[in-house]
Design a protein around this ligand. Structure first.
Ligand SMILES: [Zn+2]
Ligand SMILES: [Zn+2]
Ligand SMILES: [Zn+2]
Length: 341
């Protein structure tokens, strides 16, 4: 196990291992570990202190706890029970090379009969290292989608589902006026990931609606949508729609019949469909310049180019701004973008 799973295992389970081992090894290591140890371990140190005090201050009769007030008896009982339960649990997890650890048990659900959870872990690790995985969310609730797996990693739990047998449903959407990273409104979607296999627990993932398109690309299964949920598009998509509708009302440009329209040099998928003609003002006036390039771009690519030159923090200025032609750098505004006929 390395990278991803190991990084998850390290803070919790591996730490527990050290803790449990030191419990069995005795006091010398316990003191070194105790400095960084959690409360269960410190409780053990306190027990040592208590036993010491039984001898050191014998007049306090610490060796017969039954004479202490009830509250202290309860306290003592908890101080003994909690570390015992913790150690027992860790010991149980660690048997058969950690096969009983909750994470190993989760992964074992996907293991083939002849291989164990480690094979699944290494598959997850391999795919996690790929650059094209989808990852989003805060460190405490990270969502990761790889070619085969859909995972949610929280502080104390890892949820894993296999892409081929999951059903995803957008169950809820929340609208927030402002997001902490930008001054734009955000929509958060809650998506329920349910597996067709009954042994796998369903879980919810949350993501920004602007990442929804990227998630859909990574997933092989379609995402269903609850009837009342409307997914808002990303700012870029919204702009492209507006851009297209504004260009539509501009006068069209007719190409000379001798000129043939080439494929758009941005996407190479559609024909070039727009020409920049200065229409907003008279030729010599204003900031816009005449572009003499032949039609080379499709409407979508031109819209994307226009959006890419804008300040993402100030969407209110986008429609009124001027950007340079992607080929000759002559400045143009939206009024100058003409569809080609
Ligand atoms: Zn294009
Ligand atoms: Zn140009
Ligand atoms: Zn103009």
């Amino acid at each position: 196990m390395s990278t991803f799973l190991c990084s998850w295992v390290t803070p919790q389970a591996a730490y527990s291992t050290r803790r449990s081992l030191s419990c069995f090894r005795g006091a010398t290591t316990s003191q070194a570990q105790g400095l960084e140890g959690p409360s269960a371990f410190r409780a053990q140190e306190k027990q040592g202190y208590y036993v010491g005090m039984c001898f050191a201050a014998s007049e306090k009769q610490l060796y017969s706890p039954s004479q202490a007030p009830e509250a202290w008896q309860l306290f003592l009982m908890l101080a003994v029970t909690l570390p015992t339960i913790t150690c027992t649990l860790i010991y149980y997890w660690s048997r058969d090379q950690w096969a009983h650890h909750p994470l190993a048990r989760t992964l074992a659900l996907y293991a083939l009969p002849q291989s164990g959870w480690r094979a699944v872990a290494s598959s997850v690790n391999t795919e996690f290292r790929r650059i094209d995985k989808f990852a989003t969310g805060a460190p405490g609730a990270r969502v990761i989608v790889t070619d085969t797996w859909v995972m949610k990693v929280t502080t104390y739990c890892v949820y894993v589902a296999q892409q081929q047998d999951v059903q995803l449903t957008v169950t809820e959407s929340q609208q927030h006026e402002l997001s902490p990273d930008s001054n734009l409104p955000v929509q958060l979607l809650t998506i329920r990931v349910a597996s067709t296999s009954p042994a796998v627990r369903a879980f919810d993932i949350r993501l920004n609606s602007t990442e929804y398109g990227e998630l859909c690309e990574k997933l092989r299964a379609p995402i269903r949508r609850a009837a009342n949920v409307v997914i808002h598009q990303s700012l870029g998509d919204l702009f492209l729609e507006t851009f297209a509708s504004l260009v539509e009302v501009n006068p069209a440009y007719s190409v000379p019949s001798s000129q043939e329209l080439e494929a758009c040099i941005g996407c190479m998928q559609t024909r070039a469909s727009v020409k920049l003609v200065k229409m907003c003002q008279e030729v010599a006036e204003g900031e816009c310049q005449q572009c003499y390039c032949r039609p080379m771009w499709c409407l979508t690519c031109m819209g994307k180019w226009f959006a890419s030159r804008q300040d993402p923090q100030r969407p209110d200025t986008w429609l009124a701004s001027r950007v340079p032609c992607p080929t000759c750098r002559a400045r143009f505004c939206i009024l100058d973008v003409c569809t080609v006929r």
